[in-house]
Design a protein around this ligand. Structure first.
Ligand code: WT7
Length: 664
């Protein structure tokens, strides 16, 4: 890569451009911008043919499809609907009998550094055994299984086993609380829960099974007939007779073969809950065929995956990134991948760099928030600076989950990529299933902080509130104009909300991403400017402000009212700030601190530690218009510590602004 221009006008207008080297282009699957444009043109001229060719080339179909896109019931699009396949077959069985049979599928590194490897053949045997366990428990095609597991081989095995028997999994991130877990189990109507006794993170043993017990004990989860427990650590946990059994004991009793349940392409592979603008999380439903196609295709395009790569996506399987780029994409593509149980800062903040060296990682995919925290650590402690490790095996870097600021981009490029590795800044969402807008490593000239251009076949655009195209340089609403195979199919149990949230009538039937964006004047490159709804992005995790607000007002002995907003944060991207009206006089000093702490811990207990407000401010009221509407824009200014410049003439109670401007 070479820096063809050096001037920076400001952080908003970014002029540095990094062209891929001739050697990178030559070796790439999509080699150069002309090749990229040719694929885009193919998709434009023959949309269905473009997707049909990809689907036939990349997936094994037990029954080939004859229809490609079915638009008869928009926006409930269907892809390859009369085709039949199995996701687990495509990820595992089809590598057997090929040179990939004995290839390492997963290099697992535990929190304490212990390494375990499994080949494709060994992984298939485990998946079959666990699929047989599920079947023995009576789990059938179409049943939902909740997976509440640490980052382990067994977590991937549980997902693949569900896919194998046609059960629809719903993975719940291990950081969610009992209440959040209960809501998801209940909404999905799960028949079984797969969990572990504990998880190991940063040298600490954290409970999982106890939280499952608590969730199931809350009532409303009567659909759950079995709980299968992976014994991650030797510590004993309560086991409910007749309901709970150990994964290893059950698996030992089962054969290592299990025929796949062939399903229709539209069969729901999984449901994954994500935050929206209301208090209730949305169960994003993905289909089998289209989803798997795109998970695999983007491995080949965005990461330019080669057979000898060692791929590492650091995301947890509890998020979409861990679905598409840990549990499905790498396996469908036959890659060797690293799965890491721990955290980037344990035993020290050099852990990622040490692991890249140790496992000779070639493609590294992580979140800006991790990069920013590791920059901070390296700045304060030489010993954890990446220069202490040999990172020369790396060839491609990736970023995901939130906008990456140009400073962090430059550090990542220089200190991790050795000014040699392209950075693919991949914009996508739980709902999109796979990458949407991203550079291609062997084609796209890179601009720090920009996710550049849509992938071939993906028709993103920036429009105004009526769906009219905006000219380059002018910000607007990010939409996708045409459907794509890995798109969300519906919100589990709530098709009306699906239509309303993603295909609002004003927008001409376009898919509404929920983000604002702007295209650069010169190249038409996309830059994401942030969510346009009441959704925050904290450390790459999506959080609804309403969810946090309803958790806060749930503390009925203390809280009368609460409003939550985001504030820019150097490390976490956005930080949560809560404005709270207590059912008692405004506290000061130590008392204010104690109550703020109590509320923070309450939110952690209600939703999970990721939802803890960074700051809580107290006031005797919230700023409201005369009609009673909370003025959130005003709160956002206050949270940032900005002077309030907005018009406050409609404000019912201007004096409370002073109270709320102060941190306690
Ligand atoms: C939201 C989706 C994509 C998987 C992880 C998050 C933001 C995601 C980027 C990026 C700027 C990004 C958007 C999006 N986002 N990637 N490369 N640049 N913003 O999935 O939890 O569904 O969140 O994350 O705001 O809407 P998610």
């Amino acid at each position: 890569m070479s820096d063809t221009s050096t001037a920076i006008q400001s952080t908003l207008v970014e002029n540095r451009v990094f062209e891929p080297s001739a050697a990178t282009v030559q070796a790439a699957r999509i080699a150069g911008m002309d090749a990229y444009r040719a694929l885009c043109a193919e998709a434009e001229q023959d949309f269905e043919g473009f997707w049909a060719r990809r689907a036939r080339e990349l997936l094994h179909w037990h029954k080939p499809f004859t229809q490609v896109l079915d638009e008869s019931n928009k926006p409930f699009y269907r892809w390859f609907a009369d085709g039949e396949l199995n996701a687990s077959y495509n990820c595992l069985d089809r590598h057997i009998g090929t040179p990939r049979e004995h290839k390492t599928a997963i290099i697992f590194e535990a929190d304490d550094g212990t390494v375990t490897r499994v080949t494709y053949k060994e992984l298939l045997a485990k998946v079959c055994q666990f699929a047989n366990v599920l079947k023995a428990k009576g789990v059938k095609k179409g049943d939902r299984v909740v997976i509440y597991m640490p980052m382990t081989i067994e977590g991937v095995v549980a997902m693949q086993a569900c896919a194998r028997i046609g059960a629809t999994h719903s993975v719940v991130f291990g950081g969610f609380s009992a209440g959040a877990l209960k809501d998801r189990i209940q909404d999905a109507g799960a028949v079984a829960v797969v969990t572990a006794n504990y998880q190991m993170r940063g040298g600490k043993e954290l409970p999982l099974k106890a939280i499952v017990d608590e969730a199931l004990g809350m009532g409303g989860c009567e659909t759950v007939k079995s709980v299968i427990v992976f014994q991650r650590t030797p510590t004993a946990v309560h086991m409910e007779a007749g309901r709970d059994t150990f994964m290893h004991e059950e698996m030992a009793a089962q054969p290592t073969e299990c025929p796949v349940e062939v399903v229709g392409a539209e069969h729901p592979l999984f449901i994954l809950y994500t935050s929206g603008s209301t208090g209730k999380p949305k169960g994003v439903q993905h289909a089998t065929g289209g989803y798997l196609l795109w998970a695999q295709q983007t491995m080949l395009w965005t990461f330019d995956l080669k057979d000898d790569d060692v791929f590492w996506c650091t995301a947890d399987i509890g998020w979409i990134t861990g679905h598409s780029y840990v549990a499905y994409g790498p396996l469908a593509a036959g890659a060797t991948q690293i799965v890491f149980e721990g955290v980037p800062t344990y035993p020290n903040a050099g852990r990622f760099w040490q692991m890249i060296e140790k496992h000779k990682c070639t493609i590294f995919y992580t979140a800006p928030t991790a990069i920013r925290s590791l920059i901070k650590a390296a700045d304060t402690d030489e010993k954890v600076h990446p220069k202490n490790w040999n990172l020369s095996t790396l060839r491609i870097l990736g970023s995901v989950g939130e906008p990456i600021n140009p400073e962090a981009w430059m550090w990542y490029y220089k200190h991790i990529g050795g000014e040699r590795c392209p950075i693919v800044d991949t914009f996508w969402q739980t709902e999109t299933g796979g990458h949407m807008i991203t550079p291609l490593p062997g084609a796209t000239p890179l601009v720090p902080g920009s996710c550049t251009l849509p992938l071939p076949g993906i028709f993103t655009a920036i429009v105004d509130e009526q769906g009219n195209d905006m000219p380059n340089g002018q910000g607007g609403i990010l939409v996708v104009k045409k459907p794509w195979p890995s798109m969300i199919r519906t919100i589990w149990g709530d098709p009306e909300r699906f239509k309303k949230s993603y295909f609002p009538e004003e927008l001409k039937g376009y898919y509404l991403a929920g983000d604002g964006a702007v295209r650069s004047e010169d190249r038409g490159y996309f830059r994401i400017t942030g969510r346009i709804d009441d959704v925050l992005n904290v450390s790459g995790h999506r959080m609804g402000t309403m969810e946090i607000e309803s958790a806060l007002v749930g503390k009925t002995d203390l809280v009368a009212e609460a409003a939550v907003v985001g504030r820019p944060d150097d490390v976490t991207g956005e930080a949560i700030v809560a404005f709270v009206v207590l059912k008692r006089p405004i506290p000061t000093g130590d008392e204010a601190k104690a109550i703020a702490n109590e509320l923070r811990n309450w939110v952690a207990k209600e939703i999970g530690p990721i939802a803890k407000p960074k700051e809580i401010r107290f006031g005797e009221n919230l700023p409201k218009t005369r009609s009673g509407k909370i003025m959130r824009r005003l709160l956002r200014s206050l949270a940032k510590g900005e002077a309030v410049t907005q018009d406050t003439s409609t404000l019912e109670n201007p004096h409370i602004l002073e109270q709320l401007a102060k941190s306690n």
